[in-house]
Design a protein around this ligand. Structure first.
Ligand SMILES: [Zn+2]
Length: 259
């Protein structure tokens, strides 16, 4: 099986003792392309460095909503200018995360501002956008509606479907969703109803390694070899084979990242 890993963080310190070994192992199970996703300024650079070192790794730049208070668009432009852009495939992960208790109105406004500015940045440089959204479905929906258009490629990462976001996904030809370990967890019935509404042409797979390991590997450090488990699970829901899932999602991801 030839598999495209659309979202991982191999620069994370959890891989400090095993990075080389893990990146070799995942190739052996069929992972052919990996997008290493940035979440702050440092990881923009470390993602770039990984892409420089491994021919099958690509990188993104962007600032996660957790880091929104440190966000400055000039700093992101500076990073963009300083890097070789041959393997730069997207802006991400950017978005909104209201899941922490201390997210008050002011924090929300700060996150929204960083999100909107980074959407504009992605449009300016003609790059796709990887969205992180958690407990912020309605605001994410409004911002995407107001600040993006039909031409923009948008990927909703670790997709947790809601009415708004499914409606948005189905209304935009260039909007894809990514499923990962989350489809192997026990979820509400509605999760699977939504999953069935989204056609395979709009789906890619990811692990978000080292986070979110699928069942039965919860509690371990996740890595891209677990995409085999995720492909099988998605295949069950869609009534196709894991090989078909791998093939379709590979094509979708290659189109999305333009590689
Ligand atoms: Zn991530």
């Amino acid at each position: 099986m030839k598999i495209f890993e659309t979202h991982a963080h191999y620069d994370d310190e959890k891989f400090n003792d095993s990075r080389e070994e893990v990146l070799k192992k995942v190739v052996d199970v069929g992972i052919e392309r990996i997008v290493n996703v940035a979440c702050d300024y440092d990881s923009c650079i470390s993602s770039y460095n990984l892409a420089k070192e491994y021919d099958y790794i690509y990188y993104t730049i962007g600032v996660h909503p957790y880091e929104a208070e440190n966000f400055e668009i000039s700093k992101l432009e500076e990073i963009y200018d300083s890097l070789d852009k041959t393997k730069l495939v997207a802006v991400g992960e950017i978005g909104l995360d209201y899941s922490h208790d201390d997210v008050n109105l002011e924090v929300k406004e700060t996150q929204k501002k960083a999100f909107i500015q980074q959407i504009a940045f992605a449009k300016k440089h003609s790059l796709p956008i990887i969205i992180h959204t958690r407990d912020a479905s309605l605001d994410t929906y409004s911002i995407l509606n107001d600040y993006t258009d039909e031409k923009d490629k948008i990927l909703l990462h670790c997709f947790s479907p809601t009415d708004d976001l499914v409606k948005f996904t189905l209304s935009r030809e260039k909007c894809l969703v990514a499923f990962g370990g989350n489809i192997t967890y026990k979820r509400k019935e509605s999760f699977f109803t939504y999953l069935n509404m989204i056609p395979m042409e709009k789906i890619v797979i990811e692990t978000d390694s080292p986070y979110l390991p699928p069942e039965p590997k919860r509690g371990t450090i996740n890595d891209s070899s677990n995409l085999v488990i995720i492909a099988k699970k998605l295949a069950e829901f869609k009534g196709i084979t894991a090989e078909e899932v791998a093939k379709i999602t590979y094509e979708n991801a290659s189109w999305f990242y333009n590689i």
